[in-house]
Design a protein around this ligand. Structure first.
Ligand SMILES: *Cc1c(COP(=O)(O)O)cnc(C)c1O
Length: 426
């Protein structure tokens, strides 16, 4: 057997400049609260696979049908990843080759739509993703995206939820070829039954992009998009806690053939086999019973954090959460406070978030009136409900500080102390 070198050691010797930057980044991750809803801390096992010799090889094609020699072990690795993905999500077909979530969506569109075809989705500013029809993205430029709204009436008990009456109306009016559900900033459970009914009524395919909630679904903390959805795309690096990458699933054998062709040779060349090995490891971890506990704790933490923030006077999109994320409307504590300033102060205090538009936001995407936060990464570090009160308090003091350096400095030191109590898992 070949000896395995310590990759970090090798890097430090070969390229101290890059090694030092990586070490500084590891330090940043260790000493800040990672609250970006789409991020997580993956395991050393996943990172070992991604940092392995598997990066060396071309494997264009699929297991048993490659265009290059020497792919035996790669065939086994990819097959393992496929089998585990199918088991994890209880479906018949999986393509583990998409380089990212956006690539998975591009391949899904390429497989199932013709240029100019109409589909329904949520606009970016209401919590959709740029690959769901932004005019500057291929999904908006080459296809006709019609956007369905949320319920914007703050007096409604359904405020911030999907407006299913509008979805049905738009479906009847536009006869879309596909309806897309699954979002980047939507704090509520997705009702796949209602989408299926509307899709059936207008003869559309139903696609779910579960990028944000893939880990919750894997752990049983959000209902599965199967059997209602015809095709499911996702990233593997958000709540699912794997390497950066994409994945496409279906139960339909015809769609499966189209998807495989749309990935290779349709939109990609050689697969990233080191990342596919990382996906196999990640799926293995997510199949372990402990992942169920993790997924449920992510949701419990988000709910607890939401309650504490509400008690501190913050308004939340849809008034709360069913999943891993919260969208804070900063106008509820200060009409002048923007997402841009809030996220900057929080970053200075060591709390990493992102500015985000809220429903019907009058401010631009560069300024925004909201902040999106999530609990996947904190939960990986072992944070539970008691820490959510502390985190809410740290956030509240920072957001009400008006940027005061002394307040932010004090919060920063408390953040470092908290991080020390919850070291990064390895
Ligand atoms: C994050 C995300 C993606 C894109 O993932 P990338 O890996 O960044 O390309 C796609 N769809 C949704 C809903 C997402 O939240």
């Amino acid at each position: 057997m070949a000896t395995l070198t310590d990759p970090q050691q090798a890097l430090a010797q070969a390229d101290p400049a890059v090694a030092s930057l990586i070490a500084q980044e590891a330090d940043r991750q260790e000493n800040t609260l990672e609250m970006i809803a789409s991020e997580n801390h993956t395991s050393s096992a996943v990172m070992a696979a991604v940092g392995s010799c598997l990066t060396n090889k071309y494997c264009e094609g699929y297991p048993g049908k490659r265009y290059y020699s020497g792919c035996d072990y790669y065939d086994e690795i990819e097959t393992l990843a496929i089998e585990r993905a199918k088991e994890l999500y209880g479906c018949e077909f999986a393509n583990v080759q998409p380089h990212s979530g956006a690539n998975a969506n591009l391949a899904a569109f390429f497989a199932l739509l013709e240029p100019g075809d109409t589909y329904l989705s949520v606009v970016l500013s209401d919590g959709g993703h740029l690959s769901h029809g932004l005019p500057v993205n291929v999904s908006g430029k080459w296809f006709n995206a019609v956007h369905y709204p949320l319920i914007y009436d703050e007096a409604s008990p359904e405020y911030g939820h999907i407006d299913f009456d509008a979805v049905a109306r738009l479906a009847a009016e536009h006869k879309p070829k596909m309806i897309l559900c699954g979002y980047s900033a939507y704090p509520r459970t997705i009702d796949f039954d209602r989408f299926r009914k509307i899709a059936d009524d207008c003869g559309a395919l139903l696609m779910c992009d579960m990028a944000h909630i893939a880990g919750l679904i894997a752990g049983g903390a959000h209902r599965s998009p199967f059997p209602q959805c015809d095709i499911v795309t996702t990233t593997t690096h958000k709540t699912l806690r794997g390497p950066r990458g994409g994945l496409i699933l279906t139960n339909d054998p015809d769609i499966a053939v189209k998807i495989d062709r749309a990935i290779f040779p349709g939109t990609q060349g050689g697969p990233l086999m080191h990342v596919i090995a990382g996906k196999a490891v990640c799926f293995g971890e997510a199949l372990d019973p402990s992942f169920k506990t993790y997924a449920h704790q992510v949701v419990a933490n988000a709910k607890a954090l939401g309650e504490h923030l509400k008690q501190a006077g913050y308004g939340l999109a849809s008034n709360g959460t069913d999943n891993h994320l919260l969208l804070i409307d900063l106008r509820t504590i200060d009409p002048e406070l923007t997402g841009k300033s809030g996220a900057l102060w929080l970053e200075q205090a060591g709390i990493i978030t992102n500015k985000n538009t809220v429903a019907n936001d009058p401010r631009s995407p560069f300024v925004t009136s909201g902040i999106r936060i999530g609990t996947p990464a904190l939960t990986t570090r072992g944070f539970a409900e008691p820490q959510m009160k502390t985190v809410a308090d740290l956030m509240d003091r920072t957001l009400r500080s008006n940027g005061d350096a002394q307040v932010i400095e004090q919060v920063r030191s408390e953040v470092v102390e908290l991080c020390k109590q919850f070291p990064m898992p390895h």
